[in-house]
Design a binder for this molecule. Sequence first.
Ligand code: 5GP
Length: 115
Amino acid sequence: MTTIFTKIISGEIKSDVVYQDEQVTAFRDINPQAPVHILIVPNKEIPTVNDIEEEDEKLIGRLFTVAKKIAQKEGIAEDGYRILVNCNKHGGQEIFHLHMHLFGGRRLGPMIMRR
Ligand code: 5GP
């Protein structure tokens, strides 16, 4: 179940990490779809939303408080932003390590479309 995100979290693979603590790591998406596009990832390997357990509820909540802090730091909090989580094939999930996308820095329109 280990993906490239685990190697980014451990530092084995270099990435533009904007936040890290013992539970969560956030880094800039390699293929940004907006001026700000950051992935917020639990350090624990949870493949998809379908795999979240009740014991993970605090950790999942932490993804949001980290997102809020990053949005403030990136200067997009006031104008606003979008948080998105893809799940499995129909959701367009490509990396099977749970992650939250944080998009901002421009008007995002009704939906983010893949380019
Ligand atoms: P998903 O489609 O699974 O929700 O999103 C996966 C995201 O991870 C994509 O937006 C993709 O650009 C990003 N991504 C894939 N590989 C890497 C990588 O090695 N480094 C970084 N920073 N982002 C990656």
